[in-house]
Write a protein that binds this ligand. Structure first.
Ligand code: ACO
Ligand code: OAA
Length: 366
C-alpha cells in the first residue's frame, strides 16, 4: 500500500468546519462568515467569544450578560494556588497553565458528558477562570501577592489589572482587548489540530485544551511572541537589532515572529493591526525605539528572505509597552485562544471520527 506523505501536513485538509477559514485569496480571516479584521475595528473580544461559541454576534444586552456571567465565575479553587506554590521558581507560567487547566477537570462532576451544552458551559467557565489562573500563577512563581479579580472592570481591563496590579487606562484596555480579539481563533494551527486530535478519541474538553497548551508553548507557534521580545531587548536599538538579524540569517537561524504556513508572501493581517497599536502606544509615551527596530527588522526580512511578520512579531512590543512580563505573553495568547479551541472541541465531539493517519515506513528491511 502506498500512501502519499506531506511533511508537516502542508495544505492537507484535516477537517470540515463551520468555525473559521483563512481565505488568502480575498485576504479575510473568516470567523463564522465574518471577517475578523473588519470586526476588530468595531467589536470587542467578548463579541468574538460569543460569535465562536454561539454562532452569531451578540447584541449589547447579550454581551453584557456574557460579561456579567464571566465576572461571576472568575475565582479559581484555592488548591490551585497551593499547587502553583509547590512549583520550582523557574517553572514557566505556560507549564503552570498546562497543569492548571488539567486540574480544573477535577472540579467538573459531569466530566463524562461531551454534549455541546456541557462543553459550552465548560468553555465559558474556563474563559472566566483563565485570567485569574494565569496572572496568579506568574505572581506565585515570582513571590508576588496573589491578586483577586475586580468584578466591576471589563473582562480585558480586569485581566490586565491582575497582571500588572494597576487599573489600565482606556487606551491600554482597548489595545489589550484588541490583542485578545486577534488571537482568539485562526482556523487549524498546530494547537487547534492538537485539541481536535485529542477530542477525537472522545476525551473531554479539559484534556483537549491541556494538550493545546503544550502545543502553543513551542517557539514555532505561540512561544514566538516571547522569543521576539527577548531578541528586541537583547538588541536594544535599531543598529544592534539589524546586526543581530544579519548574523542570525548568515547562520541560517530562524528569526522568531516571521513567516507563516498560510501567509507565505504577505504580512499576517493581524500583525498590521497590532503594528497600529504599537504606533499609538509609542505616540503616547514618546518613545519610538521599538517601532523603529521592528520596522528595520521587517525591511531586512523582506529583502533578505521574502518573509513577513506574523501576529507574534508585533504583539511582543505591544505587550512590553503595556508592562506585561514577558513570560506571560504566550499564556495570554492561550487564554484568548481558549475560545476558538473550545469551539473546535465542541464541533469535533458533535461530528466525530477518530484521527488515525498512516506512515511511510523507511526503517529496516523486513
Ligand atoms: C501566531 C503564530 O503562532 S504565528 C507563528 C509563530 N512562529 C514563529 O514566528 C517562528 C518563526 N517562523 C517559523 O519557524 C516558520 O515560518 C513557521 C513555523 C511559522 C512556518 O513553518 P513552515 O511553513 O514549515 O516553513 P519552513 O520552516 O519550512 O520555512 C520555509 C523556508 O523559509 C525559511 N523561514 C521560515 N520562517 C523563517 C524565519 N522566521 N526566519 C528565517 N527563515 C525562515 C525556512 O528556513 C525555510 O527556508 P529553506 O526553504 O531555505 O529551508
Ligand atoms: O495559524 C497558525 O499556524 C499559527 C497562528 O498564526 C495562530 O495560531 O494564530
Amino acid at each position: 500500500m502506498s500512501v502519499s506523505f506531506v511533511q508537516g501536513l502542508e495544505n492537507v485538509v484535516v477537517s470540515e468546519t463551520e468555525i473559521s477559514f483563512l481565505d488568502t485569496d480575498v485576504e479575510k480571516i473568516v470567523i463564522r462568515g465574518q471577517d475578523l479584521i473588519e470586526l476588530s475595528s468595531t467589536k470587542r473580544y467578548l463579541d468574538i467569544v460569543y460569535l465562536l461559541l454561539e454562532g452569531e454576534l451578540p447584541d449589547e444586552s447579550k454581551r453584557l450578560m456574557l460579561q456579567n456571567d464571566l465576572s461571576e465565575k472568575q475565582t479559581i479553587p484555592k488548591e490551585l494556588l497551593q499547587v502553583f506554590s509547590l512549583f520550582s521558581k523557574d517553572y514557566h507560567p505556560m507549564d503552570a497553565q498546562r497543569t492548571g487547566v488539567s486540574i480544573l477537570a477535577n472540579y467538573d462532576s459531569y466530566i463524562g458528558d461531551n454534549s455541546a451544552a456541557m462543553n459550552k458551559q465548560r468553555a465559558y467557565k474556563l474563559l472566566a477562570q483563565l485570567p485569574t489562573l494565569t496572572a496568579n500563577s506568574y505572581r506565585i512563581l515570582n513571590n508576588q501577592e496573589v491578586i483577586s479579580p475586580l468584578n466591576d472592570l471589563s473582562y480585558s481591563a480586569n485581566f490586565l489589572y491582575m497582571i500588572t496590579g494597576d487599573i489600565p487606562s482606556e487606551e491600554e484596555e482597548i489595545i489589550f482587548d484588541k490583542s485578545l480579539l486577534l488571537y482568539s481563533e485562526h482556523e487549524m494551527p498546530n494547537s487547534t489540530f492538537t485539541a481536535r486530535v485529542i477530542a477525537s478519541t472522545n476525551a473531554d474538553l479539559y484534556s483537549a485544551l491541556t494538550g493545546a497548551v503544550g502545543s502553543l508553548k513551542g517557539n514555532l507557534h505561540g512561544g514566538a511572541n516571547e522569543a521576539v521580545m527577548y531578541l528586541l531587548n537583547e538588541a536594544g536599538n535599531v543598529k544592534q537589532f539589524e546586526k543581530i538579524l544579519y548574523e542570525k540569517l548568515q547562520n541560517k537561524e530562524k528569526i522568531m515572529g516571521f513567516g507563516h504556513r498560510v501567509y507565505m508572501k504577505k504580512m499576517d493581517p493581524r500583525a498590521q493591526i497590532m503594528k497600529e497599536s504599537l504606533k499609538s502606544l509609542c505616540n503616547h509615551d514618546g518613545d519610538d525605539t521599538l517601532l523603529e527596530m521592528c520596522e528595520a527588522g521587517e525591511t531586512i526580512m523582506r529583502e533578505e528572505k521574502g518573509l513577513f511578520p506574523n501576529l507574534d512579531y508585533y504583539a511582543a512590543p505591544v505587550y512590553w509597552k503595556l508592562n506585561i512580563p514577558i513570560p506571560l505573553y504566550t499564556p495570554i495568547f492561550y487564554c484568548s485562544r481558549a475560545a476558538g479551541l473550545s469551539a473546535h472541541v465542541i464541533e469535533q465531539h458533535d461530528n466525530n471520527r477518530i484521527f488515525r493517519p498512516r506512515v511511510n515506513y523507511i526503517g529496516k528491511q523486513y
